[in-house]
Design a protein around this ligand. Structure first.
Ligand SMILES: [Fe+2]
Length: 186
């Protein structure tokens, strides 16, 4: 499955505008991480855009302990590679009792999580634009635990296990999201 097919599938299953934006932002950050690490950009972007595919299903039924597992079931007909499916499960590792093992497992978790911090940081600016955000404000917000408190800082810090320092990761995520700022409305 290529990125455009993955995006279309995501839009069939996620109707909420902010979930769609979160999925697109995650795809963009994962593509940038793959480029940075010399990995398969299209595959990592697909993982990013699909990782929350079951969110409206799992959330509705109050089954966050199934979040990720349902996505893997939904993706069964499409023949995605095992490492993508494992990474999708591993982004909900704590609830599913699985481990994050591969670079893609780590990248999907830190990449999808950092999008939340970048959006929250942009929304503080008067124009609410990614263009106004400095990478330094993102790293500053990292330390303010009361700010965007639902954004898991430990998950963002997993970038360091990929040998990407936090400041570089903030820069990478911000730039990736700026490239799709129209889609994100930011
Ligand atoms: Fe997500």
């Amino acid at each position: 499955m290529d990125y455009l097919e993955a995006r279309a599938l995501m839009e069939r299953h996620l109707l909420d505008a902010s979930m769609r934006k979160h999925s697109l932002a995650s795809g963009a950050v994962l593509r940038a991480l793959a480029r940075r690490l010399g990995k398969d950009e299209e595959k990592w972007a697909v993982a990013g855009v699909l990782h929350d595919l079951d969110y409206e299903k799992a959330g509705k039924d109050g089954q966050m302990d199934k979040h990720g597992l349902l996505t893997v079931e939904m993706l069964e007909p499409y023949g995605l590679s095992e490492d993508v499916l494992d990474a999708i499960k591993a982004h909900n590792a704590e609830n599913l009792g699985v481990e994050r093992k591969t670079d893609l497992d780590l990248a999907l978790t830190c990449g999808e999580t950092v999008t939340g911090l970048v959006v929250a940081t942009a929304l503080v600016y008067p124009d609410k634009k990614l263009a106004s955000v400095k990478p330094k404000s993102i790293t500053k917000r990292m330390k303010q635990t009361a700010f965007a408190r639902s954004v898991n800082r430990d998950h963002i810090r997993l970038c360091e296990k990929l040998d990407i320092p936090l400041s570089e990761f903030a820069d990478l995520a911000l730039n990736a999201m700026r490239e799709i700022s129209d889609d994100l409305g930011l």
